[in-house]
Design a protein around this ligand. Structure first.
Ligand code: A2P
Length: 336
């Protein structure tokens, strides 16, 4: 029989995309159970032409559930994942709660699907930047080990949830009307502005929690535990797709042509690299797309040794950065 699937956080920015992905990919499920806070209980969401009623999450929610897709923040994951596993479900967790737990595989299907094998009931879905970046980095890293990575990100509102996306819309409308807007969700004015990522800042090191996560998770997904990574994460006024500039140093000279050829045939990637038309990856074209866009592939002239390449990448934060990757993991679980 087809599995019973539950979505925890079904009303959130990622939750709604999980429903879309399951529907769009024709995921073979026998029943879909939608769970959220008591605030949403009784409301409905459309799925395959039906209106499914949302239930309030509690410890008993997972009876009969085979696969539980969690996307309601790490507090909820820490509190309820064990109950789901105890009830016999496999948890695919979109939060950061278990990503660095050595017993929990951290999986990007195009990169390290084999890591699923050792799971004990919980599989972690990576941070959105780590998932999008590793889809582009893994094909290069496999051909020529990466010895150093520098990243600057341009991150969309969706990573901070549905309320942050609404704040971007409302603050932009207020700005255009010439009205004041008091930020409620994000710490700084968002319309026609950008700011250092809103994750908690470590005042000792000067790095924020998003940067720390991306470094640790990228190393784990690429199985490159000691890879040196420098990173600056920035929130930009874009609704749902992240972009990033990646500078990759190899042990040897790798030509842009070879990199382009490797990336062109890699799964989950689409090459957007038209120098004549100045057409490269953009959030507007990555939004709603399953593929991660990669381009601006060139030799980094900042490295006199010639062993570094620069690339620009854009990927839908809600899809490859979250919901799509989780559903791909669930599909792998069904195959096993
Ligand atoms: P709700 O809409 O009922 O508050 P986002 O990441 O877009 O902010 O979404 C967060 C998701 O987590 C929403 O679906 C939200 O449901 C859900 N959530 C928040 N608190 C709880 C809770 N205590 N129990 C279950 N789901 C929760």
């Amino acid at each position: 029989a087809n599995p019973v699937v539950a979505i925890v956080g079904a009303t959130g920015a990622v939750g709604v995309e999980l429903l879309h992905c399951l529907e769009a990919r024709g995921f073979p499920l026998s029943r879909l159970k939608l769970l959220a806070s008591p605030r949403s209980a009784g409301k409905t969401l459309p799925f395959r032409g039906e209106e499914l009623v949302i239930e309030a999450l509690d410890e008993t929610s997972f009876e009969g559930v085979d696969i539980a897709l969690f996307s309601a923040g790490s507090g909820i994951s820490k509190r309820y994942a064990a109950a789901a596993v105890k009830a016999g479900a496999v948890v695919v967790d979109n939060s950061s709660a278990f990503r660095m737990d050595p017993d929990v595989p951290l999986v990007v299907p195009e990169v390290n699907a084999a890591d699923l094998a050792g799971h004990r009931g919980v599989i972690a879905n990576p941070n959105c930047v780590a998932a999008i970046a590793t889809v582009a980095l893994a094909p290069l890293h496999r051909a020529h080990p990466i010895r150093r990575l520098t990243a600057a990100t341009y991150q969309a509102a969706s990573g901070a949830g549905a309320a942050a996306m609404e704040e971007l819309r409302e603050s932009t409308a207020a700005y255009l009307r010439g009205e004041d807007f008091e930020p409620k969700v994000l710490p700084h004015p968002y319309a026609f502005n950008l700011f250092s990522h809103n994750a908690d800042m470590d005042v000792e090191t000067g790095y924020n929690g998003e940067e720390t996560k991306v470094v640790a998770e990228t190393r784990r997904i690429l199985d490159a535990q000691s890879l040196p990574i420098g990173i600056t994460c920035i929130r930009v006024p874009v609704l749902r797709a992240h972009a990033m500039a990646l500078t990759v140093e190899f042990d040897e000279v790798v030509s842009p042509e070879e990199a382009r050829a490797l990336l062109a045939k890699a799964p989950g990637l689409r090459l957007v690299d038209d120098r004549k038309k100045n057409h490269f990856p953009m959030p507007s074209e990555a939004s709603g797309a399953d593929d991660v866009l990669v381009g601006r592939i060139r030799t980094d002239i900042g490295d006199p040794s010639g062993r570094s390449l620069a690339l620009f990448v854009a990927g839908d934060q809600l899809l490859k950065g979250a919901a799509l990757n989780a559903v791909q993991i669930a599909e792998l679980l069904l195959k096993r």
